[in-house]
Write a protein that binds this ligand. Sequence first.
Ligand SMILES: NC(=O)c1ccc[n+]([C@@H]2O[C@H](COP(=O)([O-])OP(=O)(O)OC[C@H]3O[C@@H](n4cnc5c(N)ncnc54)[C@H](O)[C@@H]3O)[C@@H](O)[C@H]2O)c1
Length: 350
Amino acid sequence: MRRLLITGGAGFIGTNFTHYWADKYSEDKIIVLDVLTYAGNRANIAKLEADSRIQFVQGNICEQELVISILTNNRIDTIVHFAAESHVDRSIIEPNCFIQTNIVGTHTLLCAAREAWLGRDNSPSNHLFHHVSTDEVYGTLDLSEPPCSEHSPYAPNSPYAASKAASDHLIRSYHQTYGLNVTTSTCSNNYGPYQFPEKLIPLVIANALTGEVLPVYGDGSNRRDWLYVTDHCQGIDLIINKGLAGETYNIGGNTERANIDVVKQICAEIDNFFDSRSELKKTFPDAPAAKGNETESLIRFVKDRPGHDWRYALDITKSMNELTYAPQEDLHSGLIRTIDWMIDNVSWWK
Ligand SMILES: NC(=O)c1ccc[n+]([C@@H]2O[C@H](COP(=O)([O-])OP(=O)(O)OC[C@H]3O[C@@H](n4cnc5c(N)ncnc54)[C@H](O)[C@@H]3O)[C@@H](O)[C@H]2O)c1
């Protein structure tokens, strides 16, 4: 039985992970620590809280005394660290909070974990600090380059990516210097239920359903690997249970696509939803698909983001070989699930 602290458990991936873990390991104790920024929503995990399957603490990972008291009072042995400022566009406009939460916050958690788990003499105890990072730390690729492995050099290009890279280095240093048991997952672009509709896939779905334009940066040729969020949760589960301390594991979806192709695929899937479910025309009367028009007609190319990385791609061979990780969803099945969830949860994203 584990005793987990999940940071950022009211955000997108943290919510999915909290549900995943509470369902799969119902004996485990789970505490969620989340300050509830615009991206956090306590209602996402309210049912688990009401059933006493998790405990929620509203607080900031930068508050070291709070974190130490949570770790010691609850005899936490596993931290799964999602809490972060996560949106690249926001980091370009206002980088300060990215430095604070992603770098200072991660360091504060490490200090607290060191004090609670290793004590003053750095003596070992049964513990794990799992840190969630991003493929953006490796920077951009051109088409001729192979996908990034865990040994690719770091080359972050946005304040967001730089702040995540800094946190990765701190995690590594606490293993090398103090012997803290850490693991890191580097993942590609996640999508699925509970994702704040400022990110590409939920934004496009929401706008397609409400008949608003679908903005696509530049010429839409930027390429990303897409990871359905439950596959990410399974990857983290495998790392927690089978990963080696001090190691980093890439978790991707093996689904690299140009942004414009993803947007067009969402449009086609939404057209199919309206064809097969006539009641959607009443629920979403402003959608082009409700009026017999193609959803693609809403696509508009907009001015590119400054320093926009052209391509991210992850080599997941290590996770497949060493952890038996394998993504279960392809882009078609993952999008169907996501669109279905958004149709059923309009009040959540509105
Ligand atoms: N979403 C993706 O596609 C993606 C891809 C790669 C890596 N990641 C990483 O995965 C993690 C989770 O991403 P997400 O998309 O779920 O993010 P999110 O923005 O949806 O959620 C972040 C959560 O952290 C909380 N939080 C922010 N600052 C905090 C603080 N100082 N103290 C406590 N809680 C705080 C927020 O309230 C929110 O609930 C992040 O570390 C992110 O860098 C995300």
